[in-house]
Design a protein around this ligand. Sequence first.
Ligand code: NAP
Length: 499
Amino acid sequence: METLIHLLYMLASVLFIIGIKRLSAVKTARSANAISAFAMLIAIVAAMMDIAHRSQIDWLWVGVGLVAGSAIGAYLALTVRMEGMPELVGFFNGMGGLASCLVAVSMSAFAWISWGETLSAETAASVTTVGVTSLPAAVLGAAQANAPRLTIDNAITVILSILVGGVTLTGSLIAWAKLKGVMRGAQIFLPGHQAINLALLLIVVVAGAAALFVVPLGSITLLYQLLAVAVVASFILGVTFAIPVGGADMPVVISLLNSFSGIAAAMTGFVLYNNLLIISGSLVGAAGMILTIIMCRGMNRSLANVLFARFSLTGTGEKEEYVNVKSGEPVDAAIALANANNVIIVPGYGLAAAQAQHAVRAMADLLEERGVNVRYAIHEVAGRMPGHMNVLLAEANVSYDQLFKREDIEADFKNSDVAMVIGANDVVNPAALVDENCPLYGMPILPAHEAQQAFVIKRSLAAGFAGMKNTLFESDRTLMVFGSAKEVVNGIIDELKEL
Ligand code: NAP
């Protein structure tokens, strides 16, 4: 049986690795998702067999958990809107962190109880019914043989699980609240912010170590109190970690917390002696960290700068009034597009919000029939999640050959006749290039202002995610076409058909 379980663990690990590899290309991403989901099913079955093999298992609780979890997951998957995905991912990251934290706490308590040999037969029976004996045989064996409460390496992984799991939970909830608009995206700093962070970190480590090594026999209340202090301090640390990060930098934080949730899962794997958890957690940890680094590079910033830099809002701020803004109608855009040779479309969050991807594709088709060269410029942080625009345009069957990464197309804007900005704002804000006080400063942008003419489709002059004024809207070459993206693009299509 053990061999079969290990083979299943190995199979799941290999499928996870294949899945994550295939996720790196749009063409293979869909099958990658299916492969990874299948691997997760194998992992769950193997884990259940593993636990049942080693100890009694209360299948009723397992069944209740599976049904409730699957029902909640299915509901969320079926109802979430594309632009709500980052919040959902942030929330899932948080749940992963909470799970790691809970395992570490129950593991500490269980190891301590076993060590003290205070477990009466009756208590043991009741503990068994709630599934605690599913903890690793090695730990049970060590405890029963009256060995030290926990080995140093075990203790380190338990404390790291509490620390990383707790920070991931509350950090993700703050990220979720900022993305959902429950909290404002502005940076929040407390007096002596970094000193507070350091103090909280020390509290987690000291309280965790004291709980694991110092609490005398018979003082289980003290054990729980110290664990509670460690857990609460890690929760507060998650909040103080996430609140100073400004709205425009939230994608990086989501990605970093995703990486943390993987690291927390890997730590839990060490706590539970579960190789599959170590492998899958490491994959998530490494993938999240690589994405974080790619995003930081895309914004031309260091991770430390994203997490700790303080921006003054005296620059191109949201309160400043716009002057010399020119606006037009869909017919103006249609005429310019019909007469153009080269058109670059810049999609942004508003295109997703308006679900205008099919209309945009239809407009591009009409232009191509007229011989216009149409390309799409994809900024790495456009929308609300990495790859948002790729997924959206793929949904409308836009050819991959027409999608260009920022760095591959930015130099072509000055040679294009029309830049068509649809629901994008921050990713085309020229203030990011020149205004040192702008939170976007240093972020590479798509230079729509360099095209012969730029059209910007959005409903008003309202700011984008970063809350900043956009100097593109005041450019002599820019014409705003106000309205919801889908209606305006459909209006342009109607006009094009008339021309
Ligand atoms: P943006 O700066 O957030 O601007 C989106 C614009 O869309 C808004 O100014 C809004 O203006 C317009 N809009 C909203 N609904 C619309 C509709 N129905 N029709 C037409 N326009 C509509 O978007 P972005 O340029 O794509 O930049 C993304 C921002 O989000 C960046 O600051 C990025 O850092 C951040 N972010 C990115 C991610 C990620 O991973 N990609 C994750 C989280 C945050 P009106 O209200 O006037 O219409």
